[in-house]
Design a protein around this ligand. Structure first.
Ligand SMILES: NC(=O)c1ccc[n+]([C@@H]2O[C@H](COP(=O)([O-])OP(=O)(O)OC[C@H]3O[C@@H](n4cnc5c(N)ncnc54)[C@H](O)[C@@H]3O)[C@@H](O)[C@H]2O)c1
Length: 254
């Protein structure tokens, strides 16, 4: 039996980016805490693996194959869920290019997925929460990249900074409806997103991180999932408009 404040029995969550990494770990943990989890992602195979993992562990999950840039599909997923208590808007992509190399289409694509995709999910979920008078919790996924300048990360960190402003603004607008809105800004986490980079660079990055971290290790998706669970649950009932940073005590750049 989970600690009562973390017990999500009877609650319904929508998790975007649930096919992989932090989104999958968050979907699994929210289900373990008792929530029915609606899993959304454009990666259908990964999505079905996540829902199968949840079901096998005794939880309840439904897959929603969709692209978060498609507002209508997000609205359908919210409607299919019937009621939404928790939104974890986690889907996102990495993009690297220097400012001088950045093309319009790079910026448009990263903003469309990493910012507008979060905005659409928040709007659709919040409308449903208000309509059903649900005292919900919305969690957005930002990044430690917003706290510093990082060469090559203009598009990514700009989109994540916009997510922070969305989170703070929404928190002020939705508070009167008893809806809390918080961001998670992880440091470097070992997921397929960070694995896609070249191996030598990754080894160097991880070694530098381990040296810099007071905890002496790299972050895992479950470290972020626990931050998501905290913000989703009644344990954070008086927390809104905040940024939680699971980063092993290391601010970027390290
Ligand atoms: N891994 C890190 O170090 C790290 C650090 C800070 C923030 N984040 C953020 O955490 C989130 C999850 O990242 P991750 O590391 O788990 O990466 P990941 O690549 O493992 O997972 C991202 C998921 O988002 C999905 N996705 C991407 N674009 C989509 C779209 N248009 N529509 C629907 N689904 C889409 C992918 O299919 C994938 O399943 C991202 O927002 C990322 O920016 C990651």
């Amino acid at each position: 039996m989970p600690l009562k404040a973390y017990d999500l029995t009877g609650r319904t969550a929508l998790v975007t980016g649930a096919a992989s990494g932090i989104g999958r770990a968050s979907a699994l943990l929210l289900a373990e805490a008792g929530a029915t989890v609606h899993c959304a992602d454009r990666d259908e195979n990964g999505l079905h693996e996540t829902t199968a993992l949840i079901t096998r562990a005794g939880g309840t999950a439904r897959p929603h194959p969709l692209d978060v840039t498609d507002r209508a599909r997000l609205a359908e997923a919210v409607a299919a869920a019937g009621r939404i208590d928790i939104l974890a808007a986690i889907a996102g992509i990495m993009h690297r290019s220097t400012v001088l190399e950045t093309r319009d289409e790079d910026l448009d694509r990263v903003l469309a997925i990493n910012f507008k995709g979060v905005l659409y999910a928040c709007q659709e979920a919040a409308r449903a929460m208000i309509a059903t008078r649900t005292p919900g919790s919305i969690i957005t996924m930002a990044s430690g990249a917003v706290d510093a300048a990082n060469a090559g990360l203009l598009c990514y960190s700009t989109a994540k900074a916009a997510v922070i402003q969305l989170t703070r603004t929404l928190a002020t607008e939705l508070g009167p409806h008893s809806i809390r809105v918080n961001a998670v800004a992880p440091g470097w986490i070992r997921t397929p997103m960070t694995d896609r980079r070249d191996a030598a660079l990754q080894d160097r990055t991880e070694a530098a991180l381990v040296r810099a971290s007071p905890l002496g290790r790299v972050g895992e998706p479950e470290d972020v999932a626990h931050a998501v669970l905290h913000l989703a649950s009644d344990a954070s009932a008086f927390t809104t408009g905040q940024i939680l940073r699971p980063n092993g005590g290391v601010a970027m750049p390290w």
